[in-house]
Design a protein around this ligand. Sequence first.
Ligand SMILES: [Zn+2]
Ligand SMILES: [Zn+2]
Length: 336
Amino acid sequence: MKLTTVPRPLDLAQLFPGLAAHARTATRLHPRPGVPSISGSHVGGPLLWPADEAWPRCAQPHRVEVRHPVPPEEAARLGSRPDPISTARRYPGYFGVEHHAAGTHLITHVTRPEPVSGPLLPVAQLRAQDVPDLPLPAGKDLLQVLWCPHVHPEVRDQSGPAVRLRWRAQADICGPSAAAPAPVREPDEMFRPRACVLYPEQVVEYPWWQELPEQLGRQVRAFDDSREFGQPSYYAVSQARGWKVGGHANWGSTDRQPMTCEGCSREMTLVLSMTSSESFGGTWRTEQEADLEPSWTDPRWRDADRPTGVSVGWDDALRIFACLSCPGTPFRLNAQ
Ligand SMILES: [Zn+2]
Ligand SMILES: [Zn+2]
């Protein structure tokens, strides 16, 4: 199977003279549920892991959901929509209330240490030969992404899973591969990627308007402000949605934030964008799946739009930026 993005509804390079110089390719990964092989590129599958290398584990405290049964008279007092501020004063970490026939539960979010450190979960394995835009430090041709599948309130730039990376040269991985150890605690459902095979496709992207030279950026903004509802915009067409490698970052939730390396003070490179939705039926849907209408009850649409089952970031995306020249390849996360 081959997956290709529908033709761009706007020719941005032609609309904005001078923009072509800022074009960059990205590789849309197009993950779809399947049976990945350990040696290939994939999301949520097994990793080529040296048998003599310890599997990474997480010993950080996690945010957990606690459900407290509420006596009937207190449930009546709380009502169906308690005031969040006064309720949080009485119940620290208050998150919500649930009324069922069997009784009422108050839900709180608390941060607590784990008694035993848990193994990280494989998230993605990406090989240079499958993913043309994969940014790599010198001498490496494979990137492995793992995370601890719980909420880490202390993680910088986001409060989701704690990500770890392994950059490797495939030729250096010899011997049998170690399998991921069984989890100590059930992973949070939204951080458990479904096993997916990839159908990589290179696309052309243009920068977020705040990353363009000032005058060009203003032109782009004015163009978008003039668009009617439903008309394609620079915003919708310039950066790909969905899981992708390389390319330009979309800063739709926060405006542009500098992702500077603390080692060398240079801007880090966008390595991987992970999203909940691939296109939501918009301009980044694929030609092969263009007939599918958004529908939670249609498994074909869910497989096309929410293939990994992962939900990260404040709204829709978690991105990994890395410095490819500093020792140890430092990286930062950004949530949108
Ligand atoms: Zn953790
Ligand atoms: Zn650096």
